[in-house]
Design a protein around this ligand. Structure first.
Ligand code: ADP
Ligand code: MG
Length: 304
């Protein structure tokens, strides 16, 4: 593959309306000069408070919206050809390459029966019927809805609808999937199931972009992008992002609980610079401090 990125977005600007704001007299952009690359096969998390522009950015990256200015290029899987999201002729290939699960599943569901809904998009892509059957069954199994194949979509709970929407995208077999707060409507177990699905998709080589409010989910990503006031405020590894307390505060975001815990214990652990992005790392920092204080035996001690 010639290009290491699957999506390259440059200087994206998107405005919903050309009407100036009544108070400021300015036209406000929902996405304002954002440049972002999504590396093929990577897991990127996008975080930011409500209204910061995450969903708008996701729709630009998946070709649902055309930018007011700037460009989005998606690289086709088989030959690496660049596809331009502003070029209507490229729409079909872009849809085959990048799938997006919308924040509100009601905006995504189209058929009244679950399996018809999941089959809808691959049908539109011209996939063979026998292949569609296989993909629908697999996708419903992946999201744990096999028994609901013949149920009425409108009677499902919000979380179940979200899972039908995810199955619909999985059945398209895209190389990249953008999940817009797909775990928001779910209970902790449902959330974990979706995260497990995302991690197994990544194992299979699918590129994943996850917009989330859950910092412990973002901590699982290869790269975290922080959106604030329609712009990229920061991007880096989870460690770089979650140890940057000043930036997080400015963006009204909190680090994951494990990082907060280690922060609160910093007098005891005496390691102000350390940032634990997950419970395992927090345990290591605490263990080290316990040993240093002689509360827990050090390795190699006689009684260890
Ligand atoms: P986020 O997903 O981070 O919550 P959005 O991308 O949904 O942010 O919204 C960014 C900005 O665009 C917000 O100010 C929001 O009010 C505005 N916005 C979102 N959708 C629309 C729309 N359909 N029409 C007009 N303004 C919108
Ligand atoms: Mg949103």
């Amino acid at each position: 593959m010639s290009n290491k990125n699957i999506i390259e977005a440059k200087n994206l600007i998107f405005t919903y309306s050309d009407v100036p704001d009544a108070l400021s007299g300015k036209i406000t952009a929902a996405v304002n000069n954002v440049s972002i690359n999504i590396e093929r096969g990577s897991f990127t998390a996008i975080i930011g408070h409500n209204g910061s522009g995450k969903s708008t950015l996701a729709k630009l990256l998946s070709g649902v919206f055309v930018p007011s200015s700037g460009s989005v290029q998606v690289y086709r899987e088989n030959d690496g050809a660049p596809l331009d999201c502003s070029n209507e002729a490229h729409n079909f290939d872009i849809r085959k390459t990048v799938g997006m699960v919308f924040q509100n599943p009601d905006n995504q569901l189209v058929a009244s029966i679950v399996e018809d809904d999941v089959a809808f998009a691959p049908e539109n892509l011209g996939v063979e019927p026998s292949e569609i059957r296989k993909r629908v069954d697999e996708a419903l199994e992946t999201v744990g809805l096999t028994e609901y194949a013949n149920h009425d979509t409108h009677k499902l709970s919000g979380g179940q609808k979200q899972r039908v929407a995810i199955a619909g995208i999985l059945a398209m077999n895209p190389k990249c999937i953008i999940f817009d707060e797909s775990t928001a409507m779910l209970d902790p177990q449902g959330r974990q199931d979706i995260i497990d699905t995302i991690l197994s998709l990544k194992e299979k080589g699918v590129t994943v972009v996850l917009i989330t409010h859950y910092m412990n989910e973002a901590a699982l990503a290869d790269k975290v992008v922080v959106i604030h006031d329609s712009k990229v405020a920061f991007s880096g590894t989870p460690k770089e992002v979650f140890s940057n307390k000043k930036m997080l505060l400015e963006c009204s975001l909190e680090p994951p609980q494990s990082a907060q815990l280690i922060d609160m214990l910093s007098d005891f652990t005496d390691c102000r610079e350390k940032c634990a992005i997950n419970p395992e790392e927090a345990v290591l920092v605490i263990e080290e401090a316990l040993k240093k204080h002689g509360i827990m035996p050090k390795k190699g001690d006689d009684n260890a």
